[in-house]
Design a protein around this ligand. Structure first.
Ligand code: KG4
Ligand code: ZN
Length: 361
């Protein structure tokens, strides 16, 4: 039997609603996918402002849900379940999406699913086609930078994470420092294309270290000190800083990937051509994509990067995670509360920011 799931995403600065279907054999179909970016609202502040985000979700969510249902041509009474992001993310936004999802589920007497946003990213490749478990996930966004070993729905093992800044944040801060505006990633990439990547020898944080963690605060500091020491920057200087920064990131990722591939192989020695799935906004970067491509091929992995609109935050991934969980017989109580912090792997130790490795679960 086919299930039809409405997904709702409001964890950060995208308000999104989508409808997916899942057939009994696990085949997924995307029926609608509506995303409203709040970029314009946050741009003057150089980053996401939680209160502005929550208010924007309240303003737009109802209309976006109606649009997603209309485009999918699915009446509410044919829905099998409603899935909404319950965390991690900004509390105000999460509450908006959760309440809307719960209300629809209650009104139509159908199951409600509280979804972990990271699980949405992790399972997206299975919506798009065959992606057998187990696989390796590299999630690189504005808020997260982590490797997860995905062994099944609900079975995640974190292999590494950032001990300070997220990678997207490092791109955004570099852009801000250079006066390029927000969001910084695409602008840094555009400048980097015409710069000299060898001009500045920025650090490759944690390169050679025997784990799968990341750190970007030292790189950020090195970029800042270089820029401050140069005084007035020409356009060519900006391009050289961007190119040198991007090269440092590329070489760091290459090194960290090597560790993650090895850790994955150790856990799954029999996996034949497992997938490396890369998700999050930074996956859009063409220079870094080259690294994923060559590293994956070199280590016997198959690269799977969802198309950009499904790599960045969206509700299709939330609907799909809901569909996968529903198929396994899961549903959540209507009292499920928002969880601003909600690690995908609840067993591995929490890693605190500011370069400190914590040990609390
Ligand atoms: O997944 P995403 O859309 O949203 C959240 O983080 O929630 O990721 C956004 C991040 C931003 O930090 C942005 O600067 C970065 O992804 N990004 C890029 C590129 N496009 C977006 N970073 C590097 N190169 C890009 N082309
Ligand atoms: Zn995300």
């Amino acid at each position: 039997m086919k299930t039809l799931i409405l997904g709702i995403e409001t964890s950060c600065d995208e308000t999104a609603a989508a409808v997916v279907s899942r057939s009994a054999d696990g085949h997924g179909e995307l029926l609608s996918n509506v995303v409203l970016s709040q970029l314009k609202e946050h741009a003057p502040f150089g980053g996401v402002v939680p209160e502005i985000a929550a208010r924007a979700h309240v303003t737009h969510l109802d209309r976006l849900i109606a649009q997603a249902m209309r485009e999918a041509q699915v009446p509410f009474d044919q829905l099998s379940a409603v899935a909404a992001t319950a965390g991690p993310g900004l509390l105000g936004g999460l509450i908006v999406g959760l309440m809307a999802g719960k209300a629809i589920a209650m009104a139509h007497d159908i199951p409600f699913l509280a979804i972990n946003h990271l699980e949405g990213h992790a399972l997206t490749p299975r919506l798009l086609g065959d992606c057998e478990f187990p696989y390796l996930l590299l999630l690189i966004s504005g808020g997260h930078t982590q490797f997860q070993m995905v062994s099944g729905v609900g079975h995640y093992k974190r292999l590494g994470t950032t001990i300070d800044d997220a990678l997207g944040e490092a791109f955004d801060k570099t852009a801000k420092l250079l006066g390029l505006g927000y969001p910084g990633g695409p602008r840094v990439e555009a400048y980097a294309k015409r710069g000299n990547a060898k001009r500045f020898n920025f650090p490759r944080p944690l390169k050679g270290r025997d784990d799968c963690n990341f750190s970007f605060s030292g790189l950020k500091t090195a970029v800042r000190e270089t820029v401050y020491s140069m005084g007035e920057l020409t356009d060519a200087d900006v391009a050289d800083v961007c190119a040198s920064f991007e090269l440092a990131v590329a070489e760091t990722l290459e090194d960290r990937l090597k560790r993650a591939f090895a850790a994955f192989r150790l856990a799954h020695p029999d996996a034949i051509s497992p997938a490396l799935v890369v998700a999050g906004g930074v996956a859009a970067n063409a220079r870094l994509r080259q690294v994923f491509e060559t590293s994956a091929a070199h280590h016997g992995f198959v690269l799977a990067v969802p198309p950009f609109h499904l790599c960045t935050d969206n509700a299709a991934m939330i609907a799909w995670a809901g569909a996968e969980r529903l198929a396994l017989g899961h549903s959540d109580d209507i009292s499920f509360a928002a969880r601003p912090r909600w690690p995908l792997d609840t067993v591995s130790a929490t890693v605190y920011g500011s370069g400190r490795l914590g040990a609390k679960a």
